[in-house]
Design a protein around this ligand. Structure first.
Ligand SMILES: O=C(O)CCC(=O)C(=O)O
Length: 310
């Protein structure tokens, strides 16, 4: 039997599958996440290669911290295998069918005491341009796999159950989500109440699924351990013009060949301009070196994809 509680999904806009991955698998995922973090920190600043993007900030002591990595699966086979694990295909089939693309592949880290808050938002604000995403309310499912315990103290996500049923709400869509606090005033302006928020408490291996219109955010980690989340966002292929394939006919579709257009509008332009013939090897990518052996220049300014895009 499929473990998604479809009635709860429709009513609340989210559901949780407990123990979706086992302890050993989560330990391996955690190790892969640390390799991504080490690689991102070694760059010492924001880094892009195609859709892969590392957000690197400085902590109070001036040391590099990595709150988020986008599309680490291009460079890390262990993460690539998880995003197209057959269990996701079976789980998602009743909601999305058997041909499924992927829009989000993201790791989030919240270290104790560091601010990695996410302001109240709906993920729908990031599904742009709108014409490329059809029937968003029913064609898209966001998933988050817990690597560490998610509790109120460790900065678990907070959901407003049922808020997805209103569709797009009057929440600020101009301010940054990552790094912004969950303000009650933002909810009130959208006709919602902070008292209705629930904590998304997860044990390692639990998987949360939520609707793109569900209002959610998350707070600071005040626990004594880090809080990591592996987010994969899936879409019914026929309803979306963007994204990487995850499952075709129910079968896993590995990432191969040219990256697909997802959020980074300059993907093909930038590749054509900066990647010399032969591109870069994985080892060069890991070292942050270009094909010519030099370090890749800092990405210009803040692109649409350098912003939180879940
Ligand atoms: O990692 C978190 O706490 C928040 C994630 C989130 O809000 C999102 O990905 O939309």
């Amino acid at each position: 039997m499929n473990p998604i509680d479809l009635a709860a999904w429709e009513r609340d806009g989210y559901t949780v599958v407990r123990g979706f991955f086992g302890a050993a698998e989560i330990a391996a995922l955690g190790e892969a996440a640390e390799r991504v973090r080490d690689e991102a920190r070694a760059h010492g600043r924001n880094f892009r290669h195609g859709n892969l993007y590392y957000t690197v900030i400085e902590d109070a002591a001036g040391a590099p911290q990595v709150p988020m990595a986008q599309w680490p699966s291009y460079a890390h086979p262990a993460l690539e295998a998880v995003r197209r694990d057959p269990r996701f295909a079976a789980l998602l089939e009743p909601l999305l069918g058997r041909d499924i693309k992927q829009i989000i592949n993201q790791l989030h880290w919240k270290n104790p005491g560091t601010r990695g808050d996410f302001a109240w938002h709906q993920d729908s604000r990031f599904r742009r341009p709108e014409r490329h995403y059809r029937n968003l309310a029913t064609s898209y499912v966001q998933t988050g796999l817990a690597i560490d315990p998610h509790t109120r103290a460790s900065g678990a996500m907070r959901f407003i159950p049922g808020s997805h049923r209103a569709g797009p709400l009057a929440l600020d869509t101009n301010s940054q989500v990552l790094g912004g606090a969950m303000e009650d005033a933002a909810l009130i302006a959208a006709g919602l109440r902070a008292e209705d928020a629930v904590d998304l408490e997860l044990a390692p291996g639990d998987l949360a699924l939520w609707n793109p219109y569900l209002v959610h955010g998350s707070g600071t980690n005040t626990a004594d351990h880090r809080r990591r989340l592996y987010i994969n966002g899936y879409v019914r292929a026929e309803d979306c013009d963007r994204g990487e394939w995850a499952f075709r006919g129910g079968q896993p579709a590995p990432l191969t060949g040219e990256p697909a257009l997802v959020h980074f509008e300059a993907l093909h332009e930038r590749r054509a301009r900066t990647i010399p013939r032969g591109g870069r090897s994985r080892a060069q990518l890991r070292r942050g070196a270009s094909a010519s052996g030099r370090r890749t220049p800092r990405p210009r300014g803040s692109s649409s994809a350098s912003r939180h895009s879940a």
